[in-house]
Design a protein around this ligand. Structure first.
Ligand code: FES
Ligand code: FES
Length: 157
């Protein structure tokens, strides 16, 4: 059944008619046109669809939009401000954490969730936080280095 639901997305409250069975990824990429959130496996395996729900990483392909009514959803589009890349985005760019880039939005949102609860994670914590995010392009070294660099950037900011 479709109902008007109030969901905060990237800091703005929205009211949209959303069916009970609409997945969060389809709500974000469809009516909201927030296509930065990527659809990889569509089955909870790859992490490409990771967004933050009330500050915590969540797989948008395994979450009903109805279940986040009243919550704050943050997508990769919330990272840059006034055309400026976030420290994580900048670090992924500079440290070659993004190769084909398909996994990058999910990686960055998972890393963002980590840095909010642990601003200075060690390598093991970074690898654990990104453990559910698969990248087909790399051995993850550049990705981990990117997150480490972003910690330094955030510290210096
Ligand atoms: S698309 Fe959601 S985990 Fe792969
Ligand atoms: S950069 Fe290509 S899948 Fe990760």
């Amino acid at each position: 059944m479709k109902r008007i639901r109030r969901i905060q997305v990237n800091g703005r409250w929205r009211e949209d008619a959303v069916a009970d069975n609409t997945l969060l990824i389809d709500y974000l990429r469809g009516p909201l046109q927030l296509t930065g959130t990527k659809q990889g496996c569509d089955g909870g395996e790859c992490g490409a669809c990771t967004v933050l729900v009330d500050g915590k990483p969540r797989l948008a392909c395994c979450t009903f939009a109805a279940s986040v009514e009243g919550c704050h959803v943050e997508t990769i589009e919330s990272q840059s401000q006034n055309g400026r890349l976030s420290p994580l985005q900048q670090a992924f760019h500079e440290r070659l954490g993004a190769q084909c880039g398909f996994c990058t939005p999910g990686m960055i949102m998972a890393a963002e969730g980590l840095l909010r609860r642990n601003p200075q994670p060690d390598e093991a914590a970074i690898r654990e936080a990104l453990g559910g995010n698969l990248c087909r392009c790399t051995g993850y070294v550049k990705i981990v280095e990117s997150v480490q660099a972003a910690c330094g950037a955030e510290e210096a900011a």
